[in-house]
Ligand binder design. Sequence first.
Ligand SMILES: C[S@@+](CC[C@H](N)C(=O)[O-])C[C@H]1O[C@@H](n2cnc3c(N)ncnc32)[C@H](O)[C@@H]1O
Length: 630
Amino acid sequence: MSLYHETAEFLTAPTNVGGSLKSRIFSKKDLKSQPAQIYALAIESCKWSSVLKEVIEKADILRLERKLTPVLSVLLVHDLLLAKRGVALPAIHGLRSSVERHKGRLQSEFTKARLKRKLSSVEALKAHIEAGLENSADTSEAPYPRWVRINTLKTAIEDQLETTFAGYERATTIDAVRQRGSKRVFIDGSIPNLVAISPTSDLSKSDAYKSGAIIFQDKASCFPAYLLDPLPEDGDVIDTCSAPGNKTTHIAAILLSHNSEPEDCKQRIHAFEKNKGRAETLEKMVYQAGSDGLTKLHPGQDFLKTDPEAPTFKRVGALLLDPSCSGSGIIGRDDMPELHLPVLKQKANADSSKNFRKGKVTKASEPTEQTRKRKREEPEEPLDVLVDDDGMVTAVDTEDELKARLTALSKFQLELLLHSFKFPSARKITYSTCSIYAEENENVVKQALDSAIAEERGWRILKRNDQIRGMREWPNRGSLEACDGNTVLAESCIRANKGDEHGTMGFFLAGFVRDLKAPENIEAQFLRDEKGHLVRDLMGFPIKAGSEDEEPTTDDVTETKIPEEKIVEDQDEWGGFDDEQSIPNHEINADKKLPEKSKKQEVDRASKHSHSAVRNRQDLASKKKKKRKN
Ligand SMILES: C[S@@+](CC[C@H](N)C(=O)[O-])C[C@H]1O[C@@H](n2cnc3c(N)ncnc32)[C@H](O)[C@@H]1O
């Protein structure tokens, strides 16, 4: 197999299995080409792909060369136009000829692409690409920002602002960071410990990223754990569909933020992941983020096969359900470089986002038997491209195909949600997808609410007024039409729209609650107001009874976030790790004791509860490293 085919294979493989592109290439044993050569070709081609896409589409070579797939065309045209030695194949090789016979046309389109960018020379264009100033998928005015969650299991936002973001200017609006080349940091107002930076700011080599102190996670992807807000009174938590672990580790951070001392935290997160390959990624992320002590992994286990009545789950009061979906809201992924693929028809320019998945190489535009048979004049672009979390790529050509796919997905999503309803001590559930389709979102919610199990167990929607502040104040709500005109239901649902002014991916979220006594043996620890509602600090965290924060200012006290009915008196939530690091399975064990606090931590304890949790977690991490060395 040629260098080009091998590279194309890595770029078209599901991106969500087996870590970053680099680790996948370098860990593969039976490669014919040098891994370093494959890696360099992949990275360079991705870097240039928005320009190459334009050049290939304008030169129209996919139509003329039917054996050339979009990804191969990018790789070959990259080498033809940019590599010193040209295409690394024998002169008579079919693939080499397939681009070389169009060299004149390709070069002329390349020149036009450069002039369009007002760059006077190829050197200037190279500098432009190297500076990361090229991203044709984004509207040029406001590229999609990079969201960074500060992992409070390992650090604190104040510490990160002083270190990782030391040279950054503070931005007061999200727009201010949506400029290529800007060095600004925006602190999000809805989700605690979340910041946004310019997409051209590369933190993937920073210590903070490598150590798991910061996690690249879209703002909308932080909504579920934040809305779930698992409190001590909620007992254990299940993350039903966990890999790669962004939400699992977010839940862990929230759990510890509610405990002034990590060793007091008796709660555990059961993290289910059906796919074994993805379960390995989850395991690494959980370790890297420092949430291993709180997480019981269930690798390769299907959540649907769990017995809700099993003793292990008797204390489970909260579940987070983020199942595989069409992925139609996804804008980008962090474990793969961006790759822009050319499509056969210029018509694709009408909606470039449709075929764009950062790091998700879709086969949508690959010529199929069907498309080959079509007459040239007919549109060849698929209606949509669905990429689910199992890496399954489905090019959907007709409305009927799309409908059939969405029906199958929503059936599975509903099944998972109804299974979650069965856990005897469960009192709160969040359901989320990164889909833009009502079929997977509002429709699933409606069917779940209408189900016999919901009625039998008393599950109802978590209304907007009862949601945690950041979610209650979030402006984008569910589709009124999809909710059959039910305003309360539509308002209860939360949406994030791909490409709008908030700079998030497309996302959907709904919460479910029911009246139930808290799981036994969990004491009330939080301050409540005269109505029995939890009193929260500015960041939305409940204030512990007897803590220094006990006397909040009027501004600190927020109204109820938890439905009144469920309050029981006197009872009481990347790809950010080093590619080279591998963590043995046995080191991840939820039963591990959390660390004793150090003297330094005693001092830190005088400050915010979240801080002392952070310090203790850092201590835990360093103890583990020492242990591993021995
Ligand atoms: C949308 S992804 C989850 C993303 C994850 N929550 C995060 O934020 O990092 C869905 C995951 O659910 C897994 N999955 C699908 N069906 C499952 C099932 N029945 N039981 C457990 N995991 C499942 C898929 O393999 C996939 O990794």
